[in-house]
Design a protein around this ligand. Structure first.
Ligand SMILES: Cc1cc2nc3c(=O)[nH]c(=O)nc-3n(C[C@H](O)[C@H](O)[C@H](O)COP(=O)(O)O)c2cc1C
Length: 170
């Protein structure tokens, strides 16, 4: 499944909805569904991932630092099939709870590893959000998102020989 040129795709891995709510807030912030597509990774497979453009994975953490059970199939499919994602740039927001200690917000790291194994390139640092603080995840994500988009649009412009994707820049 290709992402439309110039459109950001947010890929959501959630169990109880916090990651989805955050993704919806970010989608609204960036201009709504016309500008930003939201795809749930529940029961997804490798072919459901965009192969080009820009993607933002928003994932929570379960088990011992794992992705949510709902998205395990998608992760396993990526790792087994290793689709060619060299034209994809991505970022990761990883939700967790620092009460879990060593496994804090490690869910997102699995997407980072799997997407890189498929040739995709991460731009920016992974944002870890601690849900235990009670802060609104969208408030925590907002400044990170602005920085991430600036880096991502720059990287994309380099890649597309000067064709900057200003449509998702704010
Ligand atoms: C059973 C269970 C296991 C969890 N395991 C972890 C964990 O290992 N590491 C972590 O950082 N957070 C862990 N969490 C916290 C969740 O990642 C956090 O509550 C997150 O906001 C849930 O997002 P979601 O509603 O999108 O699924 C766990 C939560 C539950 C209920």
């Amino acid at each position: 499944m290709q992402s439309e040129a110039g459109k950001l795709v947010i890929l959501v891995a959630t169990m109880t909805g916090a990651a989805e709510m955050l993704a919806e807030d970010l989608q609204a912030e960036l201009g709504g569904p016309e500008k930003v597509e939201l795809r749930l990774l529940e029961n997804a497979v490798a072919a459901d991932f965009p192969t080009t453009g820009l993607a933002l994975v928003v994932s929570s953490t379960y088990g011992t630092g794992d992705v949510p059970e709902t998205a395990e199939r998608a992760l396993a499919s990526l790792l087994a099939e290793k689709p060619e994602l060299r034209a994809l740039r991505f970022g990761v927001i990883s939700l967790g709870d620092s009460h879990y200690g060593d496994t804090f917000a490690k869910g997102g790291l699995h997407w980072d590893d799997a997407l890189r194994q498929c040739g995709a390139r991460r731009v920016g640092e992974i944002l870890k959000i601690d849900c235990q603080t009670g802060d609104d995840p969208a408030e925590v994500a907002r400044p990170w998102l602005a920085d991430w988009l600036a880096i991502a649009v720059g990287a994309d412009a380099d890649m597309a020989s000067g064709k900057a994707r200003t449509d998702i820049a704010r």
